[in-house]
Design a protein around this ligand. Structure first.
Ligand SMILES: *Cc1c(COP(=O)(O)O)cnc(C)c1O
Length: 411
């Protein structure tokens, strides 16, 4: 980065500082990961200079001989990776991808039924402060109060009452397997479209470690940067019958020129995800998440839904240690362990200091950590929460964490 260093030393220093922060801490934010050097190189390439509104073979501007090829590569690899009939690789990110799926299949004011934010759903699934809550007649399903898992019979009953045009499934903070086939039956029953948003689990779905919604959902949306480990971006997969509507929704309805540097980098990430070792990585993500869950339970932490089938664990901090999620995440951060406070189902506390703490294993798995390291991390988590008012103790853990991290270099 010699040019950056000369042109803008302030930004250069911040990039270097962020590299150190990422290297020196244990990063457990469930939506984050560490891309490969190859993905970074494509992201930082000259494709950022090119305008390419339209689709391969049908662009508005000249000079598309390379953009066309790179977008076709990305599209074909995405279709192969997920066994999808059609892929659109242009969405800028996960939220625009959802907006585009709605735009393609719904009219303003249509009833939709999605998972409520406090139960693990995403803002774009019809929450009030989001466009999706404002432009649609949004209804929400919860999880079962007892098991904290999806209650498919209850959702089916709610769907019969609401008669939604679309059911949205998928989550940002749900630690268990989602039964997409059951969701498809529920949607079929009420003649609704099914949108599956696999933003978090798309890496696990790509490698078959989590069941895929692609065969049963009308449209599948995802980010490319969470468990899938690509650049920041979005992806829409759909049946051929919806391909035209989806493509028109992305462009010209809701986006302008695609971010071709991100599309090129997504193509690289899809190639990486097609390699056999991506399956090993995905399996290790789940093994690590389960190992963390087991060690947390051994230490009497209460886990939402009792454990984990995927890449994340949701801890009820109030029930476990009588402390809110925010002071817990702050103490962990002081100790070099980065996570986030998160609502838990039926949370009695507000969104700024909810009862839960969400942790995920994507980044630590990418860096080569396995089950034994998860046990060690949980030991630090427990110690940091115990020592939350003791700055010296937190600083000590932080030193141990930094030392430990030197054995697990970021890509
Ligand atoms: C992260 C996420 C998104 C949004 O992705 P952005 O890239 O942040 O816009 C959408 N849906 C779900 C379920 C997510 O977890």
């Amino acid at each position: 980065m010699s040019s950056l260093k000369v042109t803008d030393p302030e930004v250069y220093d911040l990039v270097r500082a962020e590299e150190s922060r990422q290297q020196d801490s244990i990063r457990l934010i469930a939506s984050e990961n560490d891309t490969s050097q190859a993905v970074m190189e494509a992201t930082g390439s000259v494709f950022t200079n090119k305008y390419s509104e339209g689709y391969p073979g049908k662009r508005y501007y000249e000079g598309q001989e390379n953009t066309d090829k790179v977008e076709v590569l990305a599209r074909e690899r995405a279709e192969e990776l997920y066994g999808a009939e059609h892929a659109n690789v242009q969405p800028y990110s996960g939220s625009p991808a959802n907006l585009e799926a709605y735009y393609a299949l719904l009219e303003v004011g249509d009833p939709i039924l999605g998972m409520g934010l406090p139960y693990g759903g995403h803002l774009t699934h019809g929450w009030g402060v989001n466009f999706s809550g404002r432009f649609f007649d949004a209804h929400h399903y919860a999880v079962d109060e007892e098991t904290e898992r999806l209650d498919y019979d209850a959702i089916a009953e709610q769907a019969r009452e609401v008669e939604p045009e679309m059911i949205v499934c998928g989550a940002s903070a749900y630690p268990r397997t989602i039964d997409f086939e059951r969701f498809a039956e529920i949607a079929n029953d009420v003649d609704a479209y099914l949108l599956a948003d696999i933003a978090h689990i798309s890496g696990l779905v790509a490698s078959g470690v989590h069941p895929s919604p692609v065969p049963v959902a009308d449209v599948v949306t995802t980010t490319t940067h969470k468990t899938l480990r690509g650049p920041r971006g979005g992806l829409i997969l759909c049946k051929d019958e919806h391909a035209k509507a989806i493509d028109k929704a992305v462009f010209p309805a809701l986006q302008g020129g695609p971010h071709m540097h991100a599309v090129a980098a997504a193509a690289v990430a899809f190639k990486e995800a097609l390699e056999p070792d991506f399956t090993d990585y995905s399996e290790q993500i789940v093994a690590n998440s389960r190992a963390m869950a087991e060690e947390l339970k051994r230490r009497d932490f209460r886990l939402v839904a009792g454990g984990s089938d995927n890449h994340l664990v949701l801890i009820d901090m109030v029930a476990s240690r009588d402390i809110g999620g925010k002071p817990a995440s702050t103490a962990l951060s002081e100790a070099g362990i980065v996570s986030n406070a998160n609502s838990i189902p039926f949370d009695e506390r507000g969104p700024f200091d909810p009862s839960g703490l969400r942790i995920g294993t994507s980044s630590v798995t990418t860096r080569g950590m396995e089950e034994d390291e998860m046990t060690q991390i949980v030991e630090w988590i427990d110690a940091a929460i115990e020592a939350r008012e003791d700055e010296d103790a937190l600083a000590n853990i932080r030193r141990e964490v930094r030392e430990f991290c030197t054995d697990y270099p970021t890509p």
